[in-house]
Design a protein around this ligand. Structure first.
Ligand code: ADP
Ligand code: MG
Length: 716
């Protein structure tokens, strides 16, 4: 985490370490870093309150009902007690005003709270209301001694920040946090936050000054001022994200030199005419043309290829790599090498198997390099890379290690983009005189506008068509009480010769529990499907690579009919005979992930099914998600919905990009503003990409100060 924030060497007060601020110090400073990622003054300045409360508006306890979400009450503390033991231990305090009694509850930070509370004193309390056994309560409230000297009748909008238990225990409650931002704003002045938008934009949108915006977002004089502040700062976020991406793209398009692939030769033609096992879909042909066009311009290609699961991206990658091999580097007369990088060992191996089978009768040398390649093999592979005898290297992260030196790398494919960051992409091109062309493939469809925002530095292609003859997958949601019927259904399908996946969720935070669930699940599956009539493979992240591989291979070969696994099989695995996907605890998965998993079936000619199993009681949200999945097979539609439901921050494939994790803006709700920012940014990029015009100086200066450090370190 520390590495992410490199403090600028320029003596800019905004980049001062947060512990230097009055009221912070080393202890709290440490916590702010660990708990909230606040390292510098700037981070704190951009740590915005999630709401403001009018300090003079105090609710009566008697008037609190389930329709009120947050409340502020003032009252006398009558009684404090410790209830329960060990994990259920909690501190309960009772606050009374002249209309009723409110319970305040602490599950954590109990000793800290105890010290804070004195029976008989008056307190001002703020928090989210809960109703428990007919009583109103606030757990972990924001609490301070009550004094009514502030209430001179004037409205006073007090900022409330989200805090954490550990920070609260150091006195930094959501409310006390305001003292820090106040101290910070006192230390800063308008000069520290110079204007960063061109005048024309400020005029056009009537934005308030930058300094005013920062003051008002924390301590607004009126609600209207707050709205103005948010509007301006949101725009800034969106605008600069677009400017940064636009500049990267424009710089690349103007200056990046790349290998010129000026022909399609024997390898491509022979493969296309004699070994391609099917006719390409129109979408595949179109994308291939786009890649052809890019790679012969003498500039480096950087292309994002999106295509739903099973849309046939691999073959496009292979054909592109053959074009690379068909093109000869003048200086040494050898065809260009390619590399294909996959996020997991299983997937790398699968690609390797597919591709070696396809080109087995052609003079193409393909090798597999992963973390578990043994030394002798590894040496041979490295040698083949270096002397140029290797045509295509397939592998995991291992392929971007220092030791891998290509003689003439011309083309790099990164499968399943979201597992690789920008920095890893960049590492590929330090290895050569010119950078290779880059094709980034992702199976997590994201809506086009979102893709362009998230990956604005890349050009964009899409395969929006599935190969012919695919039968749509029937997706159903079944509750736990239907499990026996589901199992009978599976037996019937296995009898017909089909294979089945049963997938258990793996959530990192509770990995141990999930692992136990998986084992329990495995035992249960075994009891439903006893040997020797049925054979089961199990694959999960804790297995050594070899074991994972053997188990996977047994399933691929058809030696086992059932594959019990965690989400390690999520990406890319291809077993056409598998026609049933059972997803356990489906309510725990996000939509895109469910869609990804579903994509493992429906790859052969047989009718396929996806069964989403859940507990008998699930939340409405989860029910909604599962309904969407049952209604459509189209990954792009699923993605649109996912975006609506969860917002962009959580969409798979964008998390890593960091560029969508705006502090204020939300690209779904703020679409109109996003468009405005995008247009304004592309205007600048088109007319003044080097930011030479005087009117664009504010932008240039701003980028200079930021040095893009935060952005770049966050995405890499
Ligand atoms: P993904 O886009 O998910 O990576 P794959 O490249 O693994 O998809 O392709 C899925 C399956 O579809 C593979 O078995 C592949 O051989 C097959 N396939 C790809 N393109 C076509 C096509 N044009 N016609 C028929 N089958 C195809
Ligand atoms: Mg794939």
């Amino acid at each position: 985490m520390c590495k992410q924030f490199i403090i600028s060497s320029t003596a800019n007060i905004l980049f001062s370490p947060v512990e230097y601020l009055k009221g912070v110090g080393p202890l709290r400073g440490d916590l702010l870093k660990k708990e909230l990622g606040i390292f510098t003054f700037k981070d704190l300045l951009e740590y915005y309150p999630f709401r403001h409360i009018d300090k003079t508006k105090i609710d009566k306890i008697g008037s609190l009902g389930p329709d009120i979400e947050y409340a502020q009450v003032a009252g006398r503390l009558t009684h404090v007690e410790l209830i329960g033991e060990k994990r259920s231990k909690r501190l309960v305090a009772y606050l009374q005003d002249d209309t009723g009694e409110l319970e305040l509850v602490w599950f954590q930070g109990i000793s800290w709270a105890e010290k804070l509370l004195t029976i008989g004193h008056h307190y001002l309390v703020f928090g989210k209301l809960g109703f428990f056994m007919g009583k109103v309560q606030i757990s972990h409230p924001d609490i301070e001694l009550y004094s009514d000297d502030k209430s001179d009748g004037k409205k006073f909008l007090e900022p409330i920040y989200s805090s954490t238990e550990k920070l609260k225990a150091r006195g930094l409650t959501g409310r006390a946090f305001a003292r820090l931002s106040f101290a910070l704003l006192q230390q800063l002045s308008a000069n520290d936050l110079p204007e960063n938008l061109p005048n024309a934009i400020i005029k056009k949108y009537r934005f308030i000054a930058r300094w005013d915006a920062f003051c008002s977002i924390h301590f607004p004089a009126t609600e209207q001022m707050y709205t103005h502040a948010v509007r301006r700062l949101k725009f800034e976020e969106l605008y600069f994200a677009q400017i940064r991406l636009g500049l990267i793209r424009s710089t690349r398009q103007r200056f990046s030199k790349g290998w010129e692939f000026n022909k399609v030769g024997d390898l491509f033609n022979t493969f296309y005419n004699s070994y391609l096992p099917f006719e390409l879909t129109n979408a595949q042909k179109r994308v291939l043309k786009e890649i052809r066009k890019d790679t012969r311009t003498g500039k480096q290609m950087n292309r994002l290829l999106q295509g739903d699961v099973g849309s046939g991206k691999t073959i496009v990658a292979l054909l592109s790599m053959l074009i690379a091999a068909d093109n000869i580097r003048q200086s040494d007369g050898e065809g260009f090498q390619s590399v294909l990088m996959a996020p997991t060992e299983i997937l790398a191996r699968q690609h390797y198997n597919t591709i070696t089978a396809l080109v087995k009768d052609m003079p193409v040398c393909v090798k597999l390099l992963t973390g578990s390649s043994v030394n002798k093999q590894r040496k041979e592979i490295l040698k083949a890379c270096e002397d140029g005898s290797l045509t295509i290297l397939i592998g995991t992260h291992a392929v971007i290690e220092e030791k891998v030196i290509f003689k003439n790398l011309g083309f790099a494919v990164i499968d399943e983009q979201h597992k690789f960051g920008v920095a890893q992409r960049a590492r590929l091109w330090n290895k050569n005189t010119l950078p290779p062309h880059i094709l980034v493939m992702t199976a997590t469809p994201i809506p086009r506008t979102l893709a362009l925002t998230a990956y604005g530095d890349l050009d964009y292609s899409v395969i929006d068509e599935l190969p012919p003859g695919r039968q749509p997958i029937d997706t159903v949601h079944r509750f736990e009480n239907k499990r026996p019927m589901v199992m009978d259904f599976i037996k019937a399908e296995i009898k017909k010769g089909r294979q089945v996946y049963i997938v258990y969720p793996l959530i990192e935070e509770s990995a141990k529990m999930d692992y136990e669930n998986l084992m329990k699940g495995f035992e249960e599956v075994k009891s439903f499907f006893p040997e020797p009539k049925y054979w089961i493979s199990m694959v999960h992240g804790r297995q050594p690579a070899i074991q994972k591989d053997t188990n996977m291979q047994r399933f691929v070969n058809g030696d086992t009919q059932i594959m019990v696994s965690t989400t390690v099989i999520e990406v890319g695995v291809n077993v056409p005979n598998a026609s049933i996907m059972v997803i356990e605890s489906a309510e725990k998965f996000g939509l895109s992930q469910l869609h990804q998993l579903r994509g493992r079936v429906g790859r052969g000619s047989e009718k396929s099914f996806c069964i989403l199993l859940t507990g008998n009681k699930i939340s409405n949200d989860a029910r909604e998600r599962l309904k969407i999945l049952c209604a459509t097979n189209d990954g792009f539609k699923v993605a649109e919905k996912d975006l609506e439901i969860r917002g962009p921050g959580d969409i798979e494939g964008t998390k890593q990009s960091g560029l969508l994790n705006f502090k204020l803006a939300n690209i779904v709700n703020d679409r109109i503003m996003l468009d405005a920012a995008k247009n304004a940014a592309s205007h600048i990029i088109d007319t003044d990409p080097d930011l030479l015009l005087a009117e664009n100086l504010p932008i240039k200066n701003f980028l200079q100060v930021q040095k893009d450090k935060t952005v770049w370190s966050k995405i890499s």
